[in-house]
Design a protein around this ligand. Structure first.
Ligand SMILES: C[S@@+](CC[C@H](N)C(=O)[O-])C[C@H]1O[C@@H](n2cnc3c(N)ncnc32)[C@H](O)[C@@H]1O
Length: 297
């Protein structure tokens, strides 16, 4: 049984999800360091059943299922995202609002890669996830730190801003990529939701992509994709040009990999992603919490 309260987010992610799903191979390449971090956390101890919240097209869900050789469920509010998720035997995907969905089973690990910052009532949502966790079970997820610490995210937004004069200003307290950036506030909402053993640690990763994938990445995701959708055909090269230049400046570039005959190997762009990893547990009276070294920055 499911219902949905985050209808604005559902509408947003059903529309934005088309570009996200188109660029998912690039996103998964760029975000691979965070997938590896969550797989390592999953492997710390035996797990029977894992839930991936805001799973998108499910790369992390499938990677954890493969690593554990166990059952995993991916939940996402966006039908578009889930329709792009490749099914496999030990993985099941559900379209549902994780804030209110009544999960039929209990999970001994809940993970998320950038999928838990979009709830309109985060306390209710994390309480609902606590209900879906077995006693002694854990939650481990990755969220962004502040916009200032993440220039790769913000330069594209700044480039798009003058091209989107009617776009509403983002609400720093509402659902959005940076809604859990403040570790102090986030800790309080975890406590209010009833979680124990709360650890919020900074985690920095360098994410890499071949330079030729930057334009497909920018034009399918976030504000640039929206600007392109709304722009006149003649305006598009200017939008792409501005965002490409600004984003490239926020990265470092190297040439590596195989040599191209009579030329230089293609450039790779490296961006610094400054995030938090949060570890929470549902303490069972007879089971002390296990150390979480794999998830510490
Ligand atoms: C930034 S994307 C991350 C997708 C995926 N975890 C990944 O790393 O590729 C955020 C995801 O959270 C999902 N989402 C947002 N609000 C949600 C909610 N209330 N319940 C379930 N999923 C939600 C979106 O549909 C979207 O797929």
């Amino acid at each position: 049984m499911t219902s949905e309260v985050n209808s604005e987010q559902a509408a947003w992610w059903n529309a934005a999800g088309q570009g996200w799903a188109r660029a998912q191979d690039i996103v998964d390449l760029v975000l691979r360091p965070f997938q590896d971090l969550l797989v390592d956390a999953a492997l710390e101890r035996p797990r029977d059943r894992v839930l991936d919240v805001g799973c998108g097209t499910g790369a992390v869900t499938r990677a954890i299922a493969d690593a554990l050789d166990g059952a995993c469920v991916g939940v996402d509010i966006s039908e578009t995202m889930i329709s792009g998720a490749k099914q496999q035997g030990n993985v099941r995907f559900v379209v549902a609002d994780a804030q209110v969905h009544t999960f039929e089973e209990r999970f001994d690990l809940i993970v998320s890669r950038f999928g838990v910052m979009f709830f309109d009532d985060p306390v209710a949502a994390f309480r609902n996830l606590l209900r879906a966790t077995t006693p002694g079970g854990e939650l481990c997820f990755i969220t962004w730190r502040t916009p200032d610490e993440n220039p790769f995210m913000t330069t594209a937004v700044q480039a798009a801003a003058p091209l989107l004069p009617d776009a509403p200003a983002p609400d720093p307290n509402g659902p959005g990529p940076f809604s859990l950036a403040d570790a102090g506030k986030t800790r309080k909402l975890f406590e209010q939701s009833g979680w124990s053993g709360i650890e919020i640690s900074p985690v920095d990763r360098i994410c890499t992509m071949p330079e030729k994938l930057l334009v497909p990445y920018l034009s399918n995701l976030g504000p640039i994709a929206r600007a392109l959708k709304e722009a006149e055909e003649s305006e598009r090269p200017r939008i792409i040009g501005a965002s490409e230049v600004r984003s490239t400046r926020s990265c470092t570039a190297t040439r590596c990999g195989s040599q191209v005959p009579f030329g230089r190997s293609p450039r790779q762009l490296h961006s610094d992603w400054r995030c938090h990893v949060s570890r929470l547990s549902r303490i069972s009276p007879d089971q002390p919490r296990v150390s979480s070294s794999a998830c510490t920055a």
